[in-house]
Ligand binder design. Structure first.
Ligand code: TA6
Length: 287
């Protein structure tokens, strides 16, 4: 279903038969909402989000492409989150196991080619799975004549009861680059990550499955990623972020699927595929 979102920006709503739903803005190709069958919102939108292009939307799941953060010459986090994507009615087939989905496409524009001279087609499928999961499948095709490299992340603002009540599992003994310390490399010896101050880490070569355990809600957000070996964990805490309400940091954590340390190379005519699949399960399940 295509409708108008905030400030008249186009958005697509998908729903499954059990009443779960997701919403995606064409601006940014950005998921802005994901609700379970009880209508509970599982993502966070900033209370001060600015739905005014070219400002990126603060919340949901921004697509960071073709550059993660300030790791290269492009504007921070690339430009895909500031472009208008289109719905693609008949994308090249994907093995579909979803109950409802929408396919979006972003093609390099002439302006994009001035700052990143590589013709590409980025296809994004946003799908509700039969188990209540939300799956984002990214396909980046090189439609140019030379190979290109990119770095990338999907940056979900996951809803939590309170940031002080959660921990993140799956990153024990891994190396990370501390993004608050010029990406100095450290090894994380803590069994789980807890939050009591700003934290901004790029974990390298992580397992495919990470978990955010919410002790208060007794729910676990399972983050499963494919094709992207890194992961970012971020909470700004009291750091000033202009389009974030002062209390908003308490309500979310980002655990991002990312490919940063080793950029992804795509040869002419070829396509790279990455998957981010997220689900929320009772904490006493072993998903
Ligand atoms: O992925 C974490 C991060 O790169 C942080 O360093 C923080 O700045 C965040 O993303 C948000 O970036 P943004 O450009 O949306 O303000």
């Amino acid at each position: 279903e295509r409708t108008k979102g905030i400030n008249g920006l186009d958005k697509i709503i998908i729903r499954d038969r059990r009443g779960r739903s997701a919403e995606v803005y064409l601006y940014g190709g950005q998921v802005s909402s994901w609700k379970n069958e009880k209508g509970e919102e599982l993502l966070v939108m900033s209370s001060k989000a600015i739905f005014q292009p070219p400002t990126p939307i603060r919340g949901g799941i921004p697509v960071l492409f073709p550059q993660y953060s300030n790791t290269g010459p492009l504007p921070s986090h690339g430009f895909a989150r500031q472009r208008f994507w289109e719905v693609e009615a008949k994308p090249p087939p994907l093995p579909s196991i979803s109950s409802a989905h929408v396919d979006l496409i972003l093609r390099s524009s002439n302006d994009d080619l001035k700052i990143w001279p590589h013709k590409f087609e980025y296809r994004l499928r946003v799908a509700l799975g039969h188990d209540g999961d939300l799956t984002l499948t990214s396909r980046v095709k090189n439609s140019d004549t030379k190979p290109f490299n990119f770095t990338f992340a999907l940056h979900p603002y996951f809803a939590v009861s309170n940031i002080s009540e959660v921990h993140v599992e799956g990153l024990h003994n891994l190396d990370y680059l501390d993004q608050q310390k010029n990406r100095t490399r450290f090894t994380d010896h803590d069994k789980v990550i807890t939050f009591n101050a700003q934290l901004d880490r790029l974990y390298l070569s992580t397992p495919n499955k990470l978990r955010i355990v919410d002790h208060k809600k007794k729910k676990t957000i399972v983050v499963h990623k494919e094709g992207q070996v890194d992961a970012v964990v971020w909470n700004p805490w009291d750091k000033k972020v202009s389009d974030l309400g002062v209390e908003d940091y308490k309500r979310f954590v980002t655990v991002e699927s990312a490919a940063v340390e080793k950029p992804i190379t795509v040869n002419p005519g070829k396509e790279w595929k990455g998957i981010l699949q997220v689900s929320v399960v009772p904490s006493n399940w072993k998903a």
